[in-house]
Design a protein around this ligand. Sequence first.
Ligand code: PMP
Length: 310
Amino acid sequence: PIQAAKHIWYNGKLVPWEKATVHVLAHALHYGSTVFEGVRCYATAQGPVIFRLRDHTRRLFDSARIYRIDIPYTPDEINAACKEIIVVNGLDKGAYMRPFAFRSYGEIGVAPKTPPPIDTVVAAFEWGAYLGADGLENGIDVCVSSWQRLAANTIPALGKAAGNYLSSQLISMEAKRLGFAEGIGLGIDGSVSEGAGENLFVVRDNVIYTPGLANAILQGITRDTVITLARIHGFEVREQALPREFLYLADEIFLTGSAAEITPVRSVDRIEVGSGKRGPVTEALQSAFFGLFDGKTEDKWGWLERCDDI
Ligand code: PMP
């Protein structure tokens, strides 16, 4: 179970954790109509900081726009709510955060004449490494899923909506059933897309490759962070379509996400990646990334959002 915190921000009010409930006939529960974010807050010497909060909030509003969900708060109000929920819960050691908005309880039906009201929530709680602390250091075993990713112009991959995660569930559950830590989805054209909840990078001959906008990926904020850090460290980064077999020829592979952070992959379909351990490029990018939070990497981009200035 989730490590409960004291309060959840629910439609502008602080509600006790166990009281933050919704009616069983809420639209989102039946039709997947939630747009959401997964954000991390890190402990630093300056207190807890929310990583790239404004970018996450922007993506939340982008997802809402795609689905014509009219969030009854401004981005600034959501940002303030995110900071407030860290402070009131005393989450100084860091947290995982879920800001989201959904079609709530009203009329039943896919697109009823009177649209259901929009509920807006920000929750935060303590959460460790998504793919395991051991995975961050030693890498994980993944497989290519028998399930492919969302096709263009079906369910939009750029929107981070609850319904998309039916695809992710099929991919991730299959992988775990077969003894892997995570599954990789191919696009319907057969090229590499992403993990069930992570973007994917491949390193070969010191060049870093990652699938792009046309490959049914979520535009990950950690992905963007890694691309930025890699380029300032002098690496060439190419955003392009990758054939499946490129995974088997990689020197290094890693997955990125707010939950997964930067997780090395040590095998794909039981074929070792490089030497079967975390590689030097992955390690360099991990230290650049985690260095943002212990002051070793200068935050030139204003990515760290303090919580004490609401
Ligand atoms: N792809 C999918 C399908 C995801 O769920 C996530 C996690 N939000 C990512 C990629 C990584 O995105 P981010 O780095 O913004 O968390």
